[in-house]
Design a binder for this molecule. Sequence first.
Ligand code: BES
Ligand code: MN
Ligand code: ZN
Length: 500
Amino acid sequence: MKFNAKLGEITLIKCDAIVVNIFEGADKPGGAALAVDNALGGVIGDLIKSGELKGKLNEIHVIHTLGKLPARLVAVAGLGKKQEFNQAKLRDMLAEVVRTLRKHNCKTAATILPGSGAGGFTPEDSSMAIVEGCILGAYRYNKHITKSEDEHDVEQVIFLEKDASKLNTIKSGLVKGRIVAEAALLARDMVNEPANHMTPAHMAKIAGEIAGRNGLGIVVMDREQMEKEKMGALLGVAQGTSQPPKFIVLSYTGDAAKKDTIGFVGKGLTFDSGGISLKPQEFMSDMKGDMAGGAVVIAAISAIAKLKLKINVTAVIPATENLPGGRALKPGDVLKASNGKTIEVVNTDAEGRLILADALAYAVKQGLSPIIDLATLTGACHVALGDIYAGVFTNNQALADKLIRAAGEAGEHLWQLPLPDEYKELNKSDVADIKNSGGRYGGAITAALFLREFVSEIPWVHVDIAGPFMTEKTQGVLVKGATGFGVRTLIKLASDLSNK
Ligand code: BES
Ligand code: MN
Ligand code: ZN
């Protein structure tokens, strides 16, 4: 999809569809919608009067112009209530618009920056949100479908602006929006990819290509190197599969003068069967996506590099499968992580915290600070917070607050859960320093408490994305399947931190 901004009037442009907007509760069209309404002989006003057009968020009416305007169609898109309007709603609305225009055989579309004045955000934020909405909403995962799609996507979107002084900031929003949205699509593609394709080696290959294209440093450790590093917890999980595990480290230096480097750590479990503690079939179906955390940190660092943010970031991804078999980890086994702590494996399905233990210990050893990890870690977090919210856990409230604020602007939802010392005893083992499951109750919390043991005092936030990494329904920027949840939040956080 191509985006372009130019000076002009929406009523004069020749294209398949023009997009105009109304707020919920408006009694008549205003701005660009009014100009279009006048050209069409008052049809938009009539639709409002008759109550057919309410301006509710994501409500879209398609009107054929029958030659009264150079454009073939007008899409009137609702923006919802004016007081509630924000960038997330703008993204969702455009996502619905591109999917609607796809059904109406539109190749070219033109829009103004909608809701001008409302929401209080800049023209750059606004054009960024529009591009993100269009790209995220039009996403399809069809690479393994041999029949070609019968509906084609909108190929070109033109932004029409009447004020020449705004054009440059709008154009820079177009560029940034594309970088951010395409990073989210990269994560979606990786998560949607079946596990027979998205192996640890394939993840490492993708990371290598990204490093090459964006000038990132890359290290990929294989089994022998992990042995040298004494990563016994990760190796324990990896011993049950014939797919070689990979420990992937990508680094971006955007400000060599700064001595701090942020660590992004992502769970890269390319398939989680549960191991010997085998999952029931209905819980196994989405487990090709158990590497979502890893995909998200790879995608985020690639965008941070493209945006040339003045910040240093290292992404660490432990990647393996978790399978049962003759060599697999057994309940009761004791492993030793690279920081010397011993772990009793009471449940081989609690493998995420095992591979993250070594990844977090590695991040600490590399001096990364702060550390943010993302993981599809617990079904308990999904049960607690549902499909939309990821759980946040921290040993540093100021850092968590920054991340939660960044997520709010990215339109991704985070909710903090506590890390009470009182629950530490649930992770106590009789035979080792700690055990890898604290049982059913508070399962997301005991998992986070386990991870905390491996970051020592470094400022750290853990994000459990087991709820939002996939979605069952297509709505707004989300398309059924992988969501890329977290990519836009991490980029926003990095951009906020680099502005200081
Ligand atoms: N990858 C799963 C968690 C998960 C479940 C992610 C559903 C996304 C959707 C994780 O490895 C796991 O199996 N966790 C166990 C932990 C338990 C054994 C302590 C769980 O949540 O059941
Ligand atoms: Mn598991
Ligand atoms: Zn898992």
